[in-house]
Write a protein that binds this ligand. Structure first.
Ligand code: SAM
Ligand code: SF4
Length: 495
């Protein structure tokens, strides 16, 4: 067994699937250059800052110098202005929609030893398991049939037990589940994947099964820190195999890719620059930037003392700035805020440009169908901060004027990758999305909402309808027709 594990590990990294994307011997993250940009762009001129705001409002990706200026921005009035700009960008590109999803953890076996993660190989206190096909079905039935989720982020450790065959089969199983609910049926329409870096052929296979976004976080872009937190005798120790995995995904035509950094491992300013350089590199090489950016903060994990030792823990103030700067620097991208963060923080930063968030979140393996209520530390990778149910979150968002969208039409109509990026940049994707947000929200209210949430949600739909009637009179008629059909039990109607 040990031998076969070793040979599995030995065959994972294909050097030629790294080097083919490199320009010369260096990768696209130049640590010295990043620090130089941060240092050189201190005390930015207010006139220049306003030009940068205007550029971001035109939905153009900022340069490293411009991003560094925003990182360094001290003037409190300009900082407040930056918040307004962030919200304007969000509304221009994504309107008042928030997309929701749930994480689904498939297994916690892992061959790596990331110092900050509860799943690491050397953490002997966790009881490891991998979901069987039957268990995946059960988990999906709860998520799609009881809670009402339409999107998942499916999470895998790096291990032969959860290799590409397993990933492929688990996605098929998830898509196959269809549950009768109050008025219609519940089904997962988009399964995004958070897994280890894969090979090009493996990514092609996932494209075949209908993977949504392929998400891999670099964790830290800083080479030295990366080496330190990912022991060099492990697979994950290879910085470049990870750094170029989105290149491989785009080559395999998995064209919605999600990048991220785990904030708290190194200086947040450097990581924001790293994310920007990553986006610029993908734009340059493939004409497609990241579909989403994630910016999780390090959370406590069982038997994982490294987390308490880091000197780079991110304060709430800095976390707010991270979100603001990213919103302006990569204005077209989706921004994911997770239930790792407590409700107070989520409420506070929601209006700064967040586009996606999770609810009813459980990160224990098998936790949705097991129905345990206490957070069992030894079964989780880390602790979550916001335990709100999807119903509660949707109600709270509706009160704040946000419509929860369950739309997955874009990806099923081929509005992905470069196509969706162009639409987002031009602000035209919002047109379809507005209509699809209303229809999918209506479906959800009919099928899953509590009485209270339905009341608040339906009032919001009325408001949205008035807006559509005024701004899109042609679409209005069809929208009304769709809503009647949905009330009569039809599902999955989209523009
Ligand atoms: N094993 C795959 C990998 O490492 O890419 C995917 C699964 S891993 C569980 C998903 C993400 O969890 C990691 O990329 C990391 O950013 C995040 N994570 C790990 N430990 C964490 C912690 N203590 N707090 C917050 N996020 C953490
Ligand atoms: Fe394994 Fe991913 Fe955790 Fe690292 S972060 S130990 S690779 S599950």
């Amino acid at each position: 067994m040990k031998e076969s594990l070793n040979s599995w590990i030995a065959n994972r990294i294909k050097e030629e699937e790294i080097t083919k994307y490199m320009d010369g011997e260096h990768d696209f993250i130049n640590d010295e250059e990043i620090w130089k940009k941060i240092e050189e762009n201190k005390d930015p001129d207010p006139v220049r800052i306003r030009e940068i705001f205007d550029k971001a409002l035109r939905i153009e990706t900022l340069t490293p110098d411009e991003t560094a200026m925003l990182i360094n921005l001290k003037d409190p009035d300009l900082y407040e202005e930056m918040k307004e700009v962030a919200l304007k960008i969000k509304l221009k590109v994504y309107d008042n929609r928030i997309v929701t999803f749930a994480p689904l953890y498939m297994g916690d076996y892992c061959v790596n030893n990331c110092l900050y993660c509860g799943f690491r190989l050397e953490n002997k206190i966790i009881k490891r398991r991998v979901l069987t096909e039957d268990e995946i079905r059960k988990e999906t039935e709860v998520l799609a049939g009881e809670i009402g989720h339409k999107r998942l982020i499916v999470v895998y450790g790096e291990h032969p037990k959860t290799d590409v065959d397993y990933i492929e089969n688990s996605l098929r199983t998830i898509y196959d589940v269809k549950v009768k609910v109050r008025n219609g049926y519940g089904q997962i329409r988009r399964a995004n994947v958070n897994a280890a870096p894969l090979q090009i052929d493996e990514l092609r296979r996932l494209k075949e099964v209908g993977i949504g976004t392929y998400q891999v976080f670099q964790e830290t872009y800083h080479h030295e820190t990366y080496k330190m937190v990912h022991p060099q005798n492990t697979l994950k120790g290879n910085y470049r195999w990870r750094l170029y995995c989105m290149h491989r995904a785009l080559e395999a035509e998995v064209d919605d890719v999600g990048i991220g950094a785990l904030f708290g491992l190194y200086d947040w300013r450097f990581e924001v620059m790293g994310l920007l350089y990553h986006a610029l590199e993908l734009e340059k090489k493939f004409g497609i930037g990241p579909h989403t950016v994630s910016f999780p903060r390090l959370e406590p994990a069982a038997n994982t003392p490294y987390i308490d030792k880091t000197k780079y823990a991110v304060s709430d103030e800095d976390f707010e700035r991270i979100i603001l700067v990213l919103r302006l620097a990569i204005p077209y991208t989706g921004m994911i805020l997770t239930a790792r963060e407590p409700k107070e923080i989520r409420d506070r930063v929601m209006s700064l440009g967040i586009t996606q968030t999770d609810a009813s979140t459980k990160i224990g393996i098998g936790a949705y169908s097991d129905r345990y209520t206490e957070q069992e530390l030894e079964r989780q990778q880390f602790l979550i901060g916001d335990p709100r149910t999807l119903d509660e979150l949707i109600r709270d968002l509706a009160k704040m004027g946000y419509i929860t969208s369950f739309c997955t039409a874009g990806y099923r109509c081929g509005r992905t990758g470069k196509c969706i990026m162009d639409l987002l940049r031009a602000g035209t994707e919002g047109k379809y999305c507005k209509l699809n947000a209303i229809t999918t929200f209506k479906e959800w209210l009919l099928d899953f909402a509590s009485e209270d949430t339905a009341k608040i949600g339906n009032a919001l739909i009325e408001k949205e309808l008035n807006e559509v009637k005024e701004k899109m009179p042609k679409a209005y008629k069809k929208l009304k027709e769709y809503l009647t059909r949905i009330e009569n039990g039809e599902r999955d109607l989209y523009f």
